[in-house]
Design a protein around this ligand. Sequence first.
Ligand SMILES: [Zn+2]
Ligand SMILES: [Zn+2]
Length: 213
Amino acid sequence: MKVTIVYDNDVSSKGLKAGWGFSAVIEARDTPTILFDTGADSATLLHNMEELGIDAKRIGIIVISHAHGDHTGGLPGILEVNKEAKLYVPASFQGFISGRGVTIVTRPLQISEGIFSTGELKDVEQSLAIETGKGILVVAGCSHPGVGEILDAASRFGKVYGVIGGFHGFRSFSRLSGLSLIVPCHCTQYKSEILELFPQQSIRCGVGLVLEL
Ligand SMILES: [Zn+2]
Ligand SMILES: [Zn+2]
């Protein structure tokens, strides 16, 4: 499976645009292409997707982690280009989406083959748990419920291999020990501390980063 960062506060290669927000594309066998969050604006999101060779029309599922604008701002643009994608939104998301399949998420559930939602934790945010050959990869938006809580919730689907996303306010760094892959993105305040503490496991995040597991 493959995760491509398409929206982030930083860029990792030329020609791509940074913005305060987060979005990632997940491509895996036996599942439609998934867009996780949409960043803060449609223009940046669609520009980066095009630069990275990801056809917005081919997205089959859009998952929104939580209702903050830096994760939902690109939604109108992608919905205009892509009329088919099914949506999975947390119950706290109040946006109006008509004319397509929308699943309101509260409890943990399976989204497609090998792809699960932790459910809406602390009434604010859902994260993805993705089966890989190496274990579960967690993809989080801002981690408002807490990185530890999200890792605990994801572990019901298998042993957690790694985590990628925004780690808002997170500094309980010992919760990351034992993980093989740590990618602190977006709103993570302590990126450099995490990269220093886990030099073997952690990778610098940015638009254009591609992880293949
Ligand atoms: Zn955010
Ligand atoms: Zn947020």
